[in-house]
Design a protein around this ligand. Structure first.
Ligand SMILES: [Zn+2]
Length: 313
């Protein structure tokens, strides 16, 4: 039997056009697995996306145990407390953004799309008492934080949620991984309450770190990332999906320092892969060194962007 092809050509996610020009070629800089991955720019709408992309079946192997977002604190040995602190700080930053735009309470329902190990939902629950629902296409249902959550494994748009069920839907670094972002956003639109909020954070293509690192930019994250959004395309994507953008932030909850560190490391390693177990010492040392300036850099369009939306009237 012939095995199925591992890569497939795709049309533009935003406008459906099939004409595109090459944008960059990337390697799997994080793990060092072999392969060259191509990102193109749509000639009609200018969205940058990966084509050909790994098939959904094939990409799963890239998300297995080595994937940082899915690691457990215990995987880090004696560095576990530092890792746990980093996760807690990330969840606090996320909630800080949420709290600026929405008042949550015990009767609110929150959906986190691409919830990973579920720590953000656990945090929201402990702070505001709301019910949490998580979706992830990897099976992380055994994680402690997910035990108190309604966890759905699979693709987001395949989940039959009740219409207008959620007061808040969050997508923290989900959309740039999505194989059908317009369909996911349509599903989010249907699942969001009339006065609800949708918050989406993605890496920002028109950012300082992309200009610094180019094809070694951590935001490329080949081959998991399917599309790379600049500010204009992100806004257009939300508006086309029936949302009104209330605010666009030139930063996110995710620490830009991670991109500064990894981008520098990827440039030096040239595709050999980053051994996080070893690099983690340099990572925390660098963070300590930059501690005085990091708060000033945080909101300066270094790496991420976040949009806060409601349904358009
Ligand atoms: Zn296009």
């Amino acid at each position: 039997m012939m095995s199925a092809p591992a890569f497939e050509a795709v049309a533009c996610y935003y406008c459906g056009s099939g004409t595109a020009t090459k944008f960059l070629t990337a390697e799997d800089d994080l793990t060092g697995r072999p392969g060259r991955f191509t990102f193109v720019r749509c000639r009609d709408c200018s969205l940058v996306y990966q084509s050909p992309r790994p098939t959904l079946e094939h990409v799963k192997s890239y998300y297995e145990s080595e994937y940082i977002a899915h690691r457990q604190p215990s995987d880090w040995g004696w560095l576990a407390p530092l890792f746990r602190r980093a996760i807690e700080s990330l969840d606090r930053e996320k909630l800080r953004i949420v709290d600026r735009y929405l008042r949550l309470g015990p009767s609110s329902a929150v959906l986190d799309v691409g919830c990973g190990a579920g720590t953000f939902l656990a945090h929201v629950r402990s702070r505001h008492g709301c019910a949490g629902v998580g979706v992830d296409f990897m099976d992380l249902g055994d994680r402690p934080a997910l035990r108190a959550v309604e966890f759905h494994r699979g693709l987001f748009y395949d989940q039959p949620f009740e219409r207008e069920r959620f007061n808040l839907i969050t997508m923290w670094h989900f959309l740039e991984h999505d194989y059908d972002p317009m369909r996911s956003l349509a599903h989010a639109h249907a699942s969001l309450a009339p006065e609800g909020r949708l918050i989406v954070e993605v890496p920002r293509l028109d950012s300082v770190t992309f200009r610094l690192f180019g094809d070694r930019w951590p935001g490329v994250q080949a081959p998991q990332h399917t599309a790379l959004y600049d500010r204009a395309l992100l806004l257009k994507t939300m508006e086309r999906s029936g949302f009104e953008v209330l605010d666009h932030l030139p930063y996110g909850a995710f620490p830009p320092y991670f991109y500064l560190f990894c981008g520098t490391a990827f440039r030096l390693l040239k595709g050999r892969g980053l051994n996080m177990q070893k690099a983690i010492y340099a990572y925390f040392a660098g963070q300590l060194l930059l501690l005085p300036v990091l708060p000033f850099l945080k909101r300066r369009n270094l790496a991420m962007q976040t949009v806060v939306c409601r349904k358009a009237r």
